[in-house]
Write a protein that binds this ligand. Structure first.
Ligand SMILES: [Zn+2]
Length: 169
């Protein structure tokens, strides 16, 4: 099971992203990650974690973090288990909004492929980041990870089907 949104992991995750030299981080997201890595409020950077609730219902884990400044931050993790192979869909949803209003959607794991050359399926890592207007997708052969099937990164506005026009700010 993926428990990446537990609080200690929540901070570690930010540190890990900040330390990754291959990751392109916008100034705004850098500030968010810096605050997150210190356990500070992601909105203002001043508040400290006051309380958090991890609400697990079947395959949906909702983490609500409340900060001393009064801001709150909600993360929703949707876990989908596919037979023996696992994949996970994590959604970052603003407080009080529905899943369709996600800020970041991260899909990672194993998927079946219709391509007869990919009988073992593929490993996919896809990020739709509306906060930074970024679409990133990497797909590799599950039986040979060196075989890259797709590797792309561009702005969401350039990406058909996930256009930023659909996202109400
Ligand atoms: Zn705050």
């Amino acid at each position: 099971m993926f428990k990446i949104f537990k609080i200690y992991r929540w901070k570690e995750q930010a540190k890990f992203k900040l330390a990754d030299p291959n990751r392109k981080i916008s100034d705004e997201y850098f500030r968010v990650l810096k605050n997150q890595s210190k356990g500070n409020c992601v909105s203002c950077g001043v508040g400290k974690i006051k309380s958090y609730v991890i609400d697990k219902d079947k395959n949906i884990t909702k983490t609500i973090i409340k900060f001393s400044c009064g801001h709150a931050h909600t993360e929703v993790l949707v876990e989908e288990i596919l037979k023996l192979r696992e994949s996970v869909k994590a959604l970052l949803v603003p407080e009080g909004k529905g899943k369709r209003n996600f800020v970041i959607q991260h899909i990672q794991g194993w998927f079946k492929s219709n391509n007869p050359n990919l009988k073992d399926g593929v490993l996919k890592d896809q990020i739709i980041d509306r906060r930074n207007d970024k679409y990133k997708e990497k797909v590799v052969n599950a039986s040979n990870k060196k075989e890259i099937i797709k590797d792309q990164e561009h702005s969401l506005s350039e990406h058909q089907g996930y256009g930023s026009a659909k996202f109400k700010k």
